[in-house]
Design a protein around this ligand. Structure first.
Ligand SMILES: [Ca+2]
Ligand SMILES: [Ca+2]
Length: 504
């Protein structure tokens, strides 16, 4: 399959744009805005620091140490570049390891609301990995830390003055905020930013609406038959993300979906449908693959439809987005006009499939209207070796999406079927940390979560490397700087790995 959506990259770009376009609001009056000196116009003691603001660069995080070779950023009031009035603040760092932050303490929440809108005008240049973050820290009446959003507003591409807007939802008990204007918070690279005209205001929203992904591309030319049908199918590369707004290119329409795989391999067939009007009860099916080498059983293909869910953009932000999330077994779906629905079929090529080219046809239908998509599968004349000495896996938690007995076991079998030969189980593994001779010593007590361990031990595929229980210990704040975040653990004190067929 070929597609040139680059939609992940476009997604990031367009969400930023959307932040600016979608949340236009009437500016709050000065009385409503609780941020002191929000346009950086005041510096009555002429010390170069705008009144009401603090600045720091040597130790900006509580894990910073004296020996970090910090370099003072270019920072201060700028009287040549500003968004309004006659001044802004400028903050520039040149090295990935440096950062700098303007802070304002005790910013009161303006009025009673569930959701507040924070906005600022920002200009950036020389961005090379670094970002400008406007962060909020939520504090109780006693100053207690209740939570934080370090990416409330985030800009990391060169741009002239633009307004960044964030909807923030302070946790219960929040009395006031600490506001931070932070350059290169993640210490990734240089950036110079100018910031002006911060506003914090209440909204009457009960919940933050999800970010909308926009695709400004026009629809490609369509045939009369396409318009009469009310939808067009299109090829979608499975490493792209088909957001509902994605508009197909001409090259994605009317294409044959071509995939190849070895016997035993799983391979996706990814395509989508663009609705030209509201459609109800849309579903897709596929014929069995057949060709000169023979026919594959119909069970070799699992038909799936992608469900979108409102998810956090990132665990550290309040921003939500309507995101393709789950592949569900095929069921009819309603597709609103001018949106795209993603379908995802999975071919499991039988171990004994003869090499050669097979054809199948996908039919997408909604009511009386339907469209066909040709699919070609090439089964390659060799099988894939299990690489020796390499374990593949992903982080996993000691839980499942189901309460059914055997769900944990089924999860690991599914991981194995999809090429994983190990698992990194996150959780309490009973690691005890102490210091000895300047090094952190991790003592494993062997208390691996019982359900993972039991499931892994009761099932092991003969060709699978022994599953390894990986563990990351949590180091106390006191131990971390001493250890320089390094740890050592003696293999003899680890829980023994669970060998195939053994019981733990
Ligand atoms: Ca100003
Ligand atoms: Ca001052």
């Amino acid at each position: 399959m070929s597609a040139d959506l680059n939609s992940l990259r476009d997604f990031a770009a367009l969400v930023s744009l959307c932040m600016l376009l979608a949340l236009v609001c009437v500016p709050a009056s000065a009385q409503d805005n609780p941020i002191a000196n929000p346009g950086f116009e005041l510096d009555e003691d002429a010390d170069g620091l705008p009144d009401g603001w603090l600045f720091s660069w040597q130790k900006t995080m509580n894990t910073d140490t004296d020996d970090m070779d910090r370099q003072e950023p270019d920072w201060g009031i700028d009287e040549d570049i500003f968004h309004s009035g006659t001044r802004s603040i400028r903050l520039g760092v040149q090295r990935p390891g440096d950062d700098g932050v303007f802070s304002q303490e005790n910013v009161a929440l303006p009025g009673e609301a569930k959701i507040y809108r924070l906005s600022a005008w920002i200009k950036t240049e020389g961005c090379d990995g670094g970002g400008l973050h406007i962060a909020v820290v939520y504090q109780g009446t006693d100053g207690k830390w209740l939570g934080a959003n370090y990416d409330a507003i985030y800009m990391a591409r060169d741009a002239d003055w633009r307004r960044g807007v964030a909807l923030i939802e302070p946790p219960a008990g929040t009395d006031h905020l600490r506001l931070r204007v932070w350059a290169n918070f993640r210490r990734k690279g240089p950036i110079t930013a100018w910031v002006d005209d911060l506003v914090l205001e209440a909204t009457d929203l009960e919940q933050a609406p999800p970010m909308a992904h926009l695709d400004p591309a026009p629809m490609p030319p369509l045939t009369d038959a396409d318009r009469a049908r009310g939808f067009v199918p299109f090829a979608a590369n499975y490493i792209d993300v088909v957001m509902p707004a994605i508009v197909p290119t001409a090259g994605q329409l009317n294409s044959t979906l071509r995939i190849f795989a070895t016997p035993g391999e799983y391979e996706p067939i990814s395509f989508a449908v663009r609705a030209l009007k509201d459609l109800s009860g849309m579903s897709a099916r596929i014929t069995p693959f057949a060709g000169a080498p023979g026919e594959l059983p119909s069970a070799a293909v699992e038909a799936g439809v992608v469900r979108r869910m409102i998810r956090k953009m990132h665990p550290r932000t309040d921003a939500m987005v309507d995101l393709p999330t789950l592949i569900e077994p095929m069921h009819p779906v309603d597709v609103p006009a001018d949106t795209s629905q993603w379908f995802w079929f999975t071919v499991h090529v039988p171990e004994d499939a003869a090499p050669g080219k097979y054809q199948a046809t996908v039919t997408v239908a909604a009511g009386d209207a339907s469209a066909e998509i040709p699919v070609e599968l090439e089964v390659l004349p060799f099988t894939l070796d299990q690489p020796e000495g390499i374990a593949w896996g992903m982080y996993d938690y000691n839980r499942t999406f189901s309460d059914e007995p055997g769900a944990m076991l089924a999860k690991y079998q599914d991981m194995f079927a999809h090429g994983m030969t190990s698992v990194g189980v996150c959780g309490n593994h009973g690691a005890e940390c102490s210091m000895a001779d300047g090094q952190v010593v991790v003592q494993w007590t062997g208390e691996t979560p019982p359900s993972s361990r039991g499931s892994l031990a009761s099932w092991a595929h003969p060709s699978m490397a022994p599953p390894t229980v990986a563990s990351s210990a949590r180091f106390s704040r006191k131990l971390r700087p001493k250890a320089g975040l390094r740890s050592s653990s003696s293999p003899s004190t680890r829980p023994s790995s669970i060998a195939p067929g053994s019981s733990a």
